[in-house]
Design a protein around this ligand. Structure first.
Ligand SMILES: NC(=O)c1ccc[n+]([C@@H]2O[C@H](COP(=O)([O-])OP(=O)(O)OC[C@H]3O[C@@H](n4cnc5c(N)ncnc54)[C@H](O)[C@@H]3O)[C@@H](O)[C@H]2O)c1
Ligand SMILES: O=C(O)CC[C@@H](O)C(=O)O
Length: 526
């Protein structure tokens, strides 16, 4: 049975799902060294934001197949390191959207009405109504930086509160922003006009320290900043200094450059600053959502099924996957076949996607073809996650072409591998939407379903050659299941494709190429 380590607290609903297929150990609060020591026993790791999955941990996780992040951000996982090791990284892109958006709204209101400090003063026994005069949000301008899932929900709620909405997001259209009720503006204008600025962007090199001394100086002295996105988007010392100097009115932060928050100027500030310990996703509903979402994906991957929200398998969303599944199998089989025909080190793989495959949605087929191509070298170590990287590291150049015109099939895939021992090509298609057929080998038309053990010959089309090959195989006790010859002209060059019941015994290939008329022979195991 597989073993799953859960190293941050997650909802029981997730544990129940994992327990269907694995032994689940919940060990929270592990130090990095403790995690490194035990991770080698586990097939899957499930985390929230508390565990930093570094390259060292990934390398120690020799059995790891999947890392599941019960939440959106995967910035606490070294995704490139996981990708190189062929480990799928999955998240829950939508499970905590509402929770995080509502936390941002709560921060806006709490900041405007000084709720945390007013509450604390009453609990201390005071009845001070003069120190907590607030501000209304009605008719104020909210600047939303990042109009994705969370930013859009914040917009909807803020609109209902009567706020005017400005947004900055270079990756969404003006029409989309208008649908959400936002005016899309440049970042500087948003900084200059907003009474509240709320951040809903990922932390990337471009967004790191987006809020700094220079950008803070552009804001109104009455502006308040809310960050429920990621620590590090705001330069915290510059923010504290701006608030102290009265350059802006306040800030509410849920996330910090370093978590847990250590020594910080922000802690010393008064009611103009609200700090929460990364609670954006901490609702019962969101925790159930993300735990189920991610546990289901871990369960599926451990059962050999694909994950629906893998962050490191390009273009393999659930719809695409469903549609492409039979073609993925075709691509993998053809990759494996052409890799074995090519023999030595492959340097260039030409992938031609034809007919209905000539769309951008077919990108995962190239990955599947590479996975097949590298299977002989890497066996189970190659998968959809690392196939492209492994190919690149081996210097395999992939050339992709698309051709919408195709005659006999809805879609065909043609692979041509050029390597140290020459060039070989195969073409395949699906029959009845699922059954794989080889339709061409090295330019010779054939029509055979691939089988586990196959023999291909390149020979001269002449009387008696099929009989001679049949007798030779018979003398080695090799049973032929099917045989087909593909030729372009009568008595010219031809290809023979044989399905055989067992692997070809050692040494027989040398005998086969001694048969007059046979120029080459290749055996493959698929
Ligand atoms: N506090 C929490 O507990 C909590 C919970 C959930 C999500 N989050 C964080 O909230 C953030 C938003 O999450 P989401 O689910 O809405 O993500 P999302 O991918 O749906 O939206 C992010 C948006 O940011 C935009 N964007 C990217 N780079 C940008 C840039 N340089 N400038 C402006 N816009 C840019 C993208 O176009 C996208 O529309 C993420 O950082 C996520 O990790 C925090
Ligand atoms: O695990 C958490 O509670 C935080 C989650 C949040 O930051 C996310 O990115 O989804």
């Amino acid at each position: 049975m597989s073993k799953v380590l859960v190293s941050d607290s997650i909802d029981q609903a997730g544990i129940d799902i994992l327990s269907q297929v694995a032994t689940v150990d919940v060990k929270t609060g592990l130090k990095p060294a403790e995690l490194i020591e035990i991770i080698g026993e586990y097939d899957a790791l499930m985390i929230r934001s508390g565990t930093r999955v570094t390259q060292e941990i990934i390398e120690a996780g020799t059995q790891l197949k999947i890392i599941g992040r019960a939440g959106v951000g995967v910035d606490n996982v070294d995704v490139p390191a996981a990708t190189r090791r062929g480990i799928v990284v999955v998240n829950s892109p939508e499970g905590n959207t509402i929770a995080a958006a509502e936390h941002a709204i709560a921060m806006i209101l709490a900041l405007s009405r000084h709720i945390p400090d007013a509450n604390a003063s009453v609990k201390r026994g005071a009845w001070d109504r003069n120190s907590f005069i607030g501000a209304e949000v009605y008719k104020k301008t909210l600047g939303i930086v990042g109009l994705g899932k969370i930013g859009s929900h914040v917009a909807a709620v803020a609109k209902a509160m009567g706020m005017k909405l400005l947004a900055y997001d270079p990756f969404i259209s003006t029409e989309r922003a208008e649908q959400i009720g936002c005016q899309l503006v440049e970042l500087d204008l948003l900084f200059q006009q907003a009474d509240y600025i709320t951040l809903h962007i990922p932390k990337t090199p471009e967004t790191t320290h987006l809020i700094n001394a220079v950008t803070l100086a552009k804001m109104k002295p009455t502006a308040r900043i809310i960050n429920c996105a990621r620590g590090g988007i705001i330069e915290e010392n510059a923010l504290a200094a701006a608030i102290k100097a009265g350059k802006i009115a306040g800030a509410a932060l849920d996330v910090f450059e370093s978590e847990p928050l250590g020594e910080s100027e922000l802690r010393s500030l008064g009611k103009e600053v609200i700090l929460t310990p990364h609670l954006g996703a901490s609702t019962t509903e969101a925790q159930v959502n993300v735990a189920i979402d991610v546990a289901e994906q871990i369960r599926d991957v451990l059962l050999g099924l694909p994950a629906r929200s893998a962050v490191n398998i390009p273009g393999l969303g659930p719809d695409v996957l469903e549609e492409l599944k039979p073609y993925m199998q075709l691509a993998e089989t053809l990759g494996n076949l052409v890799g074995q025909l090519a023999g030595g080190r492959v340097e260039v793989l030409n992938v031609r996607l034809q007919g209905e495959l000539a769309t951008n949605k077919s990108q995962p087929l190239v990955v599947a073809a590479l996975k097949g191509l590298l299977y002989q070298a890497l066996r189970e170590r190659v998968n959809y996650v690392n196939a492209s990287i492994e190919a690149k590291e081996r210097g395999i150049r992939v050339i992709e072409t698309r051709d919408a015109s195709v005659r006999d099939y809805a879609g065909t895939l043609h692979l041509e591998a050029t390597g140290t021992l020459g060039t070989h090509s195969v073409t395949g298609a699906l029959l009845g939407e699922r059954e794989i057929h080889l339709t061409d080998v090295d330019g010779f038309p054939i029509n055979v379903p691939p089988s586990k053990y196959m023999l291909f010959t390149l020979h001269r089309d002449m009387p008696g050659i099929i009989g001679k090959l049949g007798s030779l195989l018979g003398s080695f006790n090799v049973n032929i299941a099917s045989m087909q010859v593909g030729r372009k002209i009568v008595r010219g060059d031809a290809v023979m494709a044989l399905s055989i019941d067992d692997p070809l015994p050692e040494g027989i290939l040398d005998e086969i190429i001694k048969v007059p008329g046979i120029r080459d022979a290749y055996t493959v195991t698929l």
